[in-house]
Write a protein that binds this ligand. Structure first.
Ligand code: MRU
Length: 355
């Protein structure tokens, strides 16, 4: 893996047989683009959060499959298909919670399986690459549509309309523009007077390192708060709505997102503030009846004790580090998708919306 400086780089892109992606672990201090050349490098990039956020992980994994086959010496389409499936199954072991990863890999496998029946090896290689491009382009379109749908919730007025968000569901977490942050970008571009409060999002600080950085660069008014300040900020009347992203949404609307989101939703309910999830249809997992079945990733204890190179707890302290939690549908005022808004989600409404 090599690194070079970049300024306005896309979150990730296919470039001459490699994938270039923004190295998110270095933000906001360093803006670097790294070059990913092999499925193993892509697995590592996903695991260590160099690329992160549910839709971005899906796009990255799709290109990871291409990295596994594009230089293949397979003589038959069946042999190439076998390599593609093996690579996809390997990449699926990188992170467990965001369903977009499995959704994208399943889609890559399905296309390869279908087309291997009729295509020769070079045509099949190109078709697999084209599918990864399609996943990326569709994600861009979905994010922009989510922004347009969500911005309707933001009232135009003189006093700033306060929006609280948690973690990073912005351009860095998607192909571009974001999901939750798309709502803010769109409202801002419509000249609505918004003010975003960005939760820091311990332990890995996606809110301070990524969301605050992204919004500041885009000129969207933003104030950073520590996670434990959200209740006070709500009580002071600064927040009109909460909008976060999601990593997996069960059939009944229960939504997994970055650890701490559930607590924010409870605080919002207490203060009478509507809590919204913004996510594309690729984030729904209709095979799961409810959120209790969503696998929750547990990450390394060092992220809490020694997150950024400084010991902030005794070295031998016992640690529990779940990376996500599930917000029950009952706490969610609506789920904003590229198709519209599912108000007060439940199983019937989710199924109808996605049908
Ligand atoms: O661990 P991360 O940084 O990948 O977690 C990301 C989140 O929880 C995001 O809020 C979610 O993926 C939505 S991204 C549009």
């Amino acid at each position: 893996m090599t690194a070079k400086k970049s300024f306005d780089a896309p979150t990730l892109e296919w470039s001459k047989g490699t994938v270039k992606l923004i190295e998110q672990t270095l933000l906001p201090e360093q803006e670097k683009v790294v070059t990913i050349r092999t499925p193993k490098e892509m697995w590592d990039a996903i695991k260590r959060l160099a690329v992160r956020g549910a839709p971005a992980i899906g796009c990255a994994a799709a290109y990871g499959v291409v990295l596994g086959i594009h230089k293949s010496k397979a003589k038959t389409p069946a042999a190439l298909l076998k390599e593609a499936v093996k690579t996809a199954d390997y990449l699926a072991t990188s992170r467990p919670t965001a369903v977009n990863l499995f959704w994208a890999l399943d889609r890559m496998k399905s296309v390869a399986t279908l087309e291997a029946k009729t295509m020769d090896v070079p045509t099949l290689k190109q078709r697999i690459l084209d599918e990864a491009h399609a996943i990326l382009e569709e994600d861009k379109a979905m994010c922009h549509a989510i922004g347009r749908n969500g911005a309707k919730l933001v009232t135009k007025r003189n006093k700033p309309f306060g929006i609280l968000t948690h973690c990073n569901a912005g351009g860095l977490a998607t192909s571009e523009y974001g999901t939750a942050l798309a709502v803010m970008y769109e409202a801002h571009s419509q000249k609505k007077n918004i003010h975003v409060y960005s939760d820091e999002t311990r332990p890995l600080c996606q809110g301070s390192r990524l969301t605050t950085w992204e919004l500041m660069r885009a000129g969207v008014p933003v104030t950073l708060i520590c996670d434990n300040m959200a209740a006070q900020v709500m009580r002071e009347g600064r927040i009109d709505i909460v909008v976060t992203g999601a990593d997996r949404i069960a059939a009944n609307g229960d939504s997994a997102n970055k650890i701490g989101t559930y607590g924010v939703a409870i605080l919002a309910k207490f203060h009478g503030i509507p809590f919204y999830i913004a996510a594309p249809s690729s984030t729904f997992d209709l095979s799961l009846k409810d959120g209790s079945q969503i696998p929750i990733e547990e990450r390394h204890p060092e992220e809490i004790k020694n997150g950024f190179g400084k010991w902030t707890a005794p070295r031998k302290a016992k640690i529990y580090n779940p990376a996500f939690d599930v917000t029950p549908a009952g706490l969610i005022a609506g789920i904003i998708t590229e198709r519209g808004i599912i108000e007060k989600p439940n199983t019937a409404k989710v199924k109808k919306h996605l049908a």
